[in-house]
Design a protein around this ligand. Structure first.
Ligand code: B1H
Length: 831
């Protein structure tokens, strides 16, 4: 045990509750200057913007600190059940703005800084966002912990403190070039390292049998090497409720700095080899969104953070001597996809090997401690770890998995006698193409619940991905539709709209988003609509300023702002959006339409491609090449513009989404598990053009068909077309407009005459087209025409936009959390 005084404190102050510093503008100034002088060691007159930012961060942290300590005390005292959110990713976004909002210190800070001759916005812009996630899955984790803190639910978020987060994207001649994300370089004021509470994590070696004192045969793991996990705590402040939960991210360190014997013999590089090796574990986030790489380092990362987290919870969060048979009363670990699923055999190992439980007892406890969220339907995204690798890195865990599987298959055979094919299908161990552990199956067998992330996704999960399991355990399967935090993505990102909403219906919506319904009547109020448009215009002009300064991109005035921001992936179909642009360009140049008849439109893309994903990188290159030609074309001047700012991240999203008119959610139906960007756009008053996929389905149901542009095949239609045989070439041959667009790319028009540069992209569409872009092209273009028609009717458009806001309250992550609490965790808020 590392916590608490060694004897009973006698000074009265030592046990008094910690109180926050007083807050007034003067109090703020005093505290801020104190931090600047004593923490940064500089006078105001000699301070850099970075000094000022760090001092401001400290001032806000100090204010939150008493609340944080108090939250910890209350939670331990209540012995309430805690949510242990296990996630390899947290895409947090900047912390300062959120902390100011959660504490209501924004105005005081602004005025105080002004008195010091400083500007709050400038200091906020100094923060480098912690990009410790790839996309939706990581951002979802960040939204969930925000909601739990706001709802007074005890939660510890557990994850990895990557030294380098998601790469910084740059474009060189239109091609993506990745740069390391050095987010820690200028200091990281939001984290609290606790090296004294480090945990040792073991790897490798072998297992052996032995007989314990009671004469029972047992197994022990004799590992070969180890690393230290150092916890870094982050505050997760609830919105205006005084609660501050904890996010605990683990950093890997060598247990021994270097080998003194080798060092003394003069081989300095070799002496530190072990250290470098150990510290690699938390060095960098794997940048593949949705297609995991079966790499050894990745498995090391997964086991590393999970082993640290279980140890931490058991040793440090529970009272000394707590009876682990009662563990499920105190924790529910949520497995954010399969990435932390190795926690299942780890808990079994702790209970059986370290605590002497017998197997059945341990399994009983383990099964009640976990639940699993699946985020995908793509078969290539389901993690399978080779038994060779697992056996080498975690031999005891592999044995445990085999035993879990044996008992599970016995149960299957009992339930379905004689159905050997079924037993083979359901085996946690895959035998083909090589032997591996299906982590999704392990999670399903081990957890209390399995959930998908939108209604359609959960249904497809039951029917197509895990049908045998849903037959065996019908009650295990449930849905929780994703949500997003209204604090960051509406209240903070869209201050003008927030003000307008609050003026109309009061401020309760920020923590009770269904109350946006009360806006419905305002959709018919011309004055409200006018103000709504003014807020949109303000957001656009803020974006215009940002893109000019950040990227040197000029946004034309008065355009329909058409935005597609998300990871670049074939299933998301950025290529469909691109074909739309190329087709508009082609139609104007072939004389089929007059430029003057185009609705002035600016298309904004934001997308990172996984560095090893060739097709995605080629698509980025092509978008940039098309953008260059379109933007330089005098005929299209003022009519069509393509903007592709590099390095789309949370910070940019907060400026882009509130400015958008049109939200592009155009994945092939049945492929996008949920999407969460779709929700952010709707909540900020953009209309959606989208397929019947993921949470789009629910958005459309809620906002109403008239206020949503649906296009494309439905999931059953996609399945049917796939079954009957899809031939993209026939669409190419039979649709002249489609053919003309593809041929234009093929001709080298966008690649300085080089016909081969984008050959792979076009050939793939015409001859393979796994995601049926060509099949949905016609419907997409026809629906875009409807978008333009509606956009021309300013009042009708605004009315729909207001109704999108009013009817999207369901998509608050607070509601998602209520659903998890009710359906999965069975925990309560602690007041
Ligand atoms: C989602 C991932 C993902 N689904 C593997 N799966 C990763 C898979 O590093 N890896 O190996 C990283 C990420 N991410 C997304 O989750 C879905 O595509 C979205 O539709 C969904 O909205 C989001 C949150 O549920």
């Amino acid at each position: 045990r590392v916590y608490g005084p060694s004897s009973t404190p006698s000074h009265p102050l030592a046990t008094a509750p910690v109180s926050p510093p007083p807050f007034s503008v003067d109090g703020f100034v005093k505290e801020f200057l104190h931090e600047l002088n004593t923490n940064q060691g500089v006078a105001l007159s000699r301070s850099s913007i970075n000094d000022q930012y760090l001092a401001l961060a400290s001032t806000v942290k100090n204010y939150l600190m008493a609340r944080w300590l108090e939250t910890g005390r209350k939670t331990r005292e209540s012995q309430a059940k805690t949510v242990g959110y296990l996630s390899a990713e947290y895409l947090l976004g900047r912390q300062l703005g959120n902390a100011l909002l959660a504490t209501d210190l924004g105005d005081i800070a602004q005025r105080g800084l002004e008195l010091c001759g400083l500007d709050l916005a400038t200091l906020r812009a100094q923060e480098v966002e912690p990009g410790l996630g790839n996309g939706g899955l990581g951002r979802l984790a960040a939204c969930f912990i925000d909601s739990l803190a706001t709802m007074n639910v005890p939660c510890i978020g557990y994850g990895i403190r990557y030294e380098y987060g998601i790469f910084r994207q740059t474009f060189v001649d239109g091609r993506q070039v990745e740069q390391p994300d050095t987010w820690l370089a200028l200091g990281s004021p939001w984290e609290f390292p606790h090296p004294e509470a480090s945990v040792t994590v073991h790897f490798g070696g072998h297992t052996e049998k032995y007989t314990d004192a009671a004469g029972t045969e047992r197994t022990r793991w004799v590992p070969e090497w180890n690393v230290l996990g150092v916890p870094y705590n982050y505050m997760v402040p609830g919105y205006l409720n005084g609660r501050v939960n904890t996010l605990r991210l683990w950093s890997a360190q060598a247990t021994q700095a270097f080998d003194l014997q080798i060092f003394n013999s003069g081989d300095y590089a070799d002496a530190v080899r072990a250290q470098t090796f150990a510290e690699n574990i938390s060095k960098v986030l794997y940048p593949e969104d949705s297609t995991p790489q079966g790499k050894e380092l990745r498995l090391q990362q997964q086991y590393f953070f999970v082993a640290c987290s279980l140890r931490d919870f058991i040793d440090n969060e529970l009272e000394e001597g707590f009876d682990l048979h009662r563990l499920p009363e105190r924790i529910h670990f949520q497995l954010n996809d399969t990435h932390p699923v190795i926690a299942v055999p780890e808990l079994m190992r702790i209970l059986v090997d370290d605590h002497g439980f017998d197997w059945d007892e341990a399994w009983e406890v383990t099964q009640q401690c976990f639940a699993y969220t699946c985020h995908t339907l793509l078969p290539e995204a389901l993690e399978i770890w080779s038994t060779e690798l697992l056996g080498r890195l975690l031999p005891r865990h592999l044995e445990i998995i085999y035993q879990i599987n044996d008992e599970f298959l016995a149960r299957v055979r009992e339930a379905f006698p004689g159905d050997e094919l079924r037993a083979r299908r359901m085996s946690i161990i895959a035998e083909y193409p090589s032997r591996g552990v299906r982590m999704a199956y392990l999670a399903t067998v081990a957890g209390t619940k399995v959930n998908g992330v939108a209604e359609l996704h959960s249904q497809l999960l039951r029917d197509k991905v895990l049908p045998d399991f849903s037959e065996l355990y019908p009650d295990k399967f449930t849905n929780v539709t994703n949500g997003v935090t209204p604090r960051r993505f509406v209240r903070m990102a869209n201050p003008k709209l927030s003000e307008l909403i609050t003026d109309a219906i009061g401020s309760g919506w920020v923590t009770d988003l269904e109350r946006l319904r009360e806006l419905e009547p305002y959709a018919d109020d011309p004055e409200f609509r006018e103000q709504f448009r003014a807020a949109k215009a303000w957001n656009k002009s803020r974006l215009t300023d940002l893109l000019a300064q950040r990227d040197g991109i000029e946004l034309p005035d008065g355009h329909l702002l058409d935005v597609m921001v998300k990871r670049l992936h074939e299933y998301k179909r950025q290529s469909l959006k691109l074909l739309h642009i190329v087709s508009l360009y082609e139609q104007v140049h072939s004389g089929a339409i007059a430029a003057a008849d185009l609705t002035p439109r600016t298309v904004v893309f934001g997308a990172k491609a996984a560095p090893g994903y060739k097709m995605a990188k080629d698509t980025i290159h092509l978008i940039n090449k098309v953008a260059a030609i379109v933007n330089a074309d005098p005929v299209l001047e003022g009519r069509l513009k393509v903007a592709f700012p590099a390095n789309y991240n949370v910070t940019l999203a907060e400026k882009l989404i509130p400015a958008a008119d049109l939200s592009e959610q155009i994945s092939l139906a049945g492929m996008e598990a949920s999407g969460t960007g779709n929700m952010k756009f709707a909540l900020n008053g953009a209309l959606t053009i989208g397929t019947d996929d993921g949470a789009n389905v629910e958005i459309r149901e809620l906002v109403g068909d008239k206020h949503f542009f649906l296009f494309g095949m439905s999931e059953p239609e996609v399945a049917q077309l796939g079954a009957q045989g899809y031939h993209p070439g026939s669409y190419y041959e039979s649709n002249p407009r489609l053919k003309a667009a593809l041929d234009l790319i093929w001709s080298g028009h966008f690649s300085d005459g080089d016909r081969y540069l984008f050959d792979s992209v076009v050939t793939n569409l015409v001859h393979n087209d796994r995601f049926m872009v060509l099949a949905d092209f016609d419907s997409y273009l026809a629906t875009q025409a409807k978008v333009e028609e509606k956009y021309a009717d300013v009042d009708a458009w605004t009315r729909s936009a207001v109704l999108n806001v009013a009817r999207s309250g369901f998509f608050s992550s607070d509601r998602s959390m209520r659903d998890y609490l009710k359906r999965i965790w069975h925990t309560q808020p602690v007041i």
